[in-house]
Design a protein. Structure first.
Length: 273
């Protein structure tokens, strides 16, 4: 059974009730810096002066908006939920560059073959019990030598244990999901004809918990994603960022992070032939 048969109502309800404002923008951009650095690293390897990018299951499209802020791209985002896209359009006010937002199904993308230089997603693939059709569609719309970046929950950490307990009880707010390991990332490449070029871990569960606590009760939303938080919250936020930079600066961290981090990133390249 696909995501759209099983869990569409869950996601529609989530997007209809969850608060989507500057607090979310600030928190998401703060926590996804490693993800963005990975996107930029591989975006710089594609053969295009102005790469065309597609975010699958874009939700609020914050990642696409931010990518367009830091890179010269032509960004597209697709999501099944019109409620999600409504929130995405409302968040345009925080950014300079627009994103072309389209309602659509990740298993049947309405784009021609070989359209995009970069296809990426965050927190999407884990909700598909069988990701085959999504992977095939992503491969189809990628240009030859294009890059696919998948950002999903990592299997071996306490957050994954907590999520699985909630899923078994039927109380996880995002319905069914699975977690991925570095070995799972390798198997996806073998199964769908990609070259796996990088696997990295990101996001410490402890630091993410601290970030969520620090920002969830902000009385007013930040006016822009790079505005510092006021007072003690700002100091805590800087401390969290300092700890993340320290971890990623350790020589061995990249090798072990894929086995201990909250999230894992798989980077794939479509063959040129």
């Amino acid at each position: 059974m696909t995501l759209y048969q099983a869990d569409q109502q869950i996601f529609d309800r989530y997007w209809a009730t969850e608060r989507k404002d500057g607090r979310l923008v600030y928190r998401q951009i703060s926590r996804n810096q490693r993800y963005y650095r990975t996107l930029m690293k591989w975006l710089n390897t594609v053969d295009s002066n102005k790469p065309c990018t597609l975010e699958i299951g874009c939700g609020t499209a914050i990642d696409s908006y931010y990518l367009a802020e830091i890179a010269e791209v032509e960004p597209f985002g697709v999501d099944l939920s019109e409620e999600a896209l409504r929130h995405a359009r409302s968040l345009q006010r925080f950014f300079r560059c627009p994103v072309t937002l389209i309602q659509g199904n990740a298993e049947r993308l309405g784009f021609a073959d070989c359209t995009f230089d970069l296809v990426f997603s965050s927190g999407v693939l884990e909700h598909f019990r069988d990701p085959a059709q999504v992977m095939l569609e992503q491969r189809r719309v990628l240009k030859r030598n294009g890059v696919l970046v998948i950002h999903v929950p990592q299997k071996y950490n306490l957050y994954a244990l907590y999520a699985n307990l909630k899923i078994k009880r039927g109380t996880w707010p995002w319905g069914w999901e699975r977690q991925y390991s570095a070995d799972n990332m390798r198997k996806l490449a073998e199964q769908f004809g990609f070259e796996l070029v990088e696997v990295v871990g990101c996001n410490s569960a402890l630091l993410e918990l601290l970030r969520w606590i620090n920002t969830k009760d902000l009385a007013t939303e930040p006016k822009c994603y790079h505005a510092p938080l006021p007072g003690l919250r700002g100091l805590i936020d800087k401390g969290i960022g300092w700890c993340e930079n320290l971890l990623h600066g350790l020589p061995t961290y990249d090798r072990i992070s894929r086995f201990v981090s909250m999230m894992i990133i798989g980077v794939y390249r479509k063959p040129s032939q």
